[in-house]
Design a protein around this ligand. Structure first.
Ligand SMILES: Nc1ncnc2c1ncn2[C@@H]1O[C@H](COP(=O)(O)OP(=O)(O)OP(=O)(O)O)[C@@H](O)[C@H]1O
Ligand SMILES: [Mg+2]
Length: 413
């Protein structure tokens, strides 16, 4: 089989959960999901490693589960980069086209991107990603693939994302300690977008919001490219803490209450549902106490509104056009009523971001939840990169292989 050597592994290292997806390219161009695993995460704080060994252990558990499901052994994974300090900036650069006949080469494009991202960085910071938005050739803008075109002056517009280097290095160390190599690192919201947004969403404008456990990341797309990135230090864990404090229950119990009965939009209650009573056990007590769903909602709703208002403010500040609305991913987006409240606050169509079923096959049903968006996106990005490399490489000798790869050309740009 042609695709035997292509094994795409997405490893989503989150503060609450670690998730691993193993995929293989299929003849149809989809990613065939052959393995997945999930483990409670230990040793991370807001996406940053605080205890390497604990993170490595959690990674091992998630990876082992995915290996068991797939019957495969994996050596490498593409992992997410996150952290509240990530910063995105839009930059511009310009170079003279050097070659004969003024035909733009890949080197010219690379130089134009370099020129845009030449910027002073704070000590200990690095460029995490450089995402081209558009190129301008002799004043003509809106060009996405300038290679092969003619011109004298090549300008670039690039979304440059920077972050302290330590975060990335420590994640890599933990992955290595779990016995794996890192074959790529991708911004968490970019990965989530890869599995949930359509080309139209990215073209006409869309805000992707990934609500995790302790981090919420926002990435705004428009004209087919990333226009804005921002990470906030809040997420689903804040609801759990509010419940624990408000009801004097333990964090694990608060979490169960949140998952089983939590709601942030009282107007979704069926008749009399608000008065339904939940039994809770306050810390240090033996007897249970009754709590109405309405009161639980009163505790959770203000937090949801606060969280979403921060995001709305940021989106409005950028002045972005979000014709395709807002897409919510991550476990925190699954709180009952979150989408409905978000729709009101953003005043824009809002939906949960499910892994696009046209992109995946195999164990696809298992990942059709917004908290799997990042892990699937990481695997998809890894697979596309490997397929592209295989297409460019000298090993694609036989016609059969070439034809097979041709299938992917459109799909894996
Ligand atoms: N059905 C649900 N109802 C309410 N909250 C939920 C539900 N499912 C998941 N969550 C919450 O989502 C959060 C976890 O989301 P996710 O798994 O995306 O985070 P993570 O990737 O581990 O963390 P981070 O990205 O912040 O590092 C937790 O706070 C969890 O309680
Ligand atoms: Mg996450």
């Amino acid at each position: 089989m042609v695709n035997r050597h292509i094994q795409a592994v997405g490893l989503d290292i989150g503060t609450g959960k670690i998730r691993c997806v193993i995929g293989e390219p299929s003849e149809s161009g989809q990613m065939n999901i052959v393995g997945l695993g999930e483990a409670e995460s230990r040793g991370l704080r807001r996406g940053i490693v605080s205890t390497t060994d604990a993170v490595a252990d959690s990674i091992k558990r998630a990876v082992e589960e995915a290996e068991q499901v797939s019957g495969l052994e994996i050596q490498m994974a593409t992992v997410n980069v996150s952290g509240e300090h990530l910063q995105g900036e839009n930059k511009g650069g310009v170079v003279a086209v050097a070659g004969a006949g003024r035909e733009i080469t890949e080197e010219d494009v690379e130089r134009a991107i370099e020129s845009a991202s030449a910027m002073p960085l704070p000590a200990g910071w690095e460029i995490i990603d450089r995402l081209p938005q558009e190129f301008i050739i002799d004043g003509q803008d809106g060009i996405t693939e300038p290679v092969g075109m003619r011109g004298a002056r090549l300008e670039s517009r690039v979304h440059v994302v920077i972050s302290p280097s330590a975060g990335k290095q420590n994640i890599e160390k933990a992955v290595n300690r779990a016995g794996l190599d890192v074959d790529g690192m991708v911004l968490e919201p970019l990965a989530a977008a890869a599995s949930t947004l359509s080309e139209d969403d990215k073209e006409y404008g869309c805000a992707l919001i990934n609500i995790g456990s302790e981090l919420t990341s926002l990435m705004i797309f428009g004209r087919g490219a990333v226009q804005h990135t921002r990470v906030f230090p809040f997420g689903g864990m804040h609801f759990t803490k509010d419940i624990a404090l408000g009801l004097r229950v333990s964090i694990p119990e608060a979490n169960v209450i949140k998952h089983d009965y939590g709601c942030v939009a009282p107007f979704l209650f069926r008749e009399n549902e608000g008065q339904e009573v939940i039994e809770i056990t306050p810390v240090g007590r033996n007897e249970t106490r009754g709590l109405s769903k309405e009161i639980l909602c009163d505790i959770m709703a203000p937090r949801a509104i606060e969280l979403l208002q921060h995001l709305a403010l940021e989106i409005n500040r950028t002045g972005a056009q979000n014709s395709s609305g807002v897409v919510l991913t991550g476990g925190g987006s699954q709180v009952r009523g979150m989408v409905e409240i978000a729709e009101q606050i953003f005043d824009a169509p809002t939906r949960l971001g499910f892994v696009d079923s046209s992109l995946v096959s195999g164990l696809a049903a298992e990942v059709r939840r917004p908290e799997w968006a990042t892990a699937c996106g990481l695997a998809l990005i890894s697979m596309r990169r490997q397929v592209r490399e295989a297409m460019a490489g000298p090993t694609t000798a036989t016609q059969k292989v070439a034809a097979w790869l041709e299938n992917f050309r459109g799909k894996f740009r």
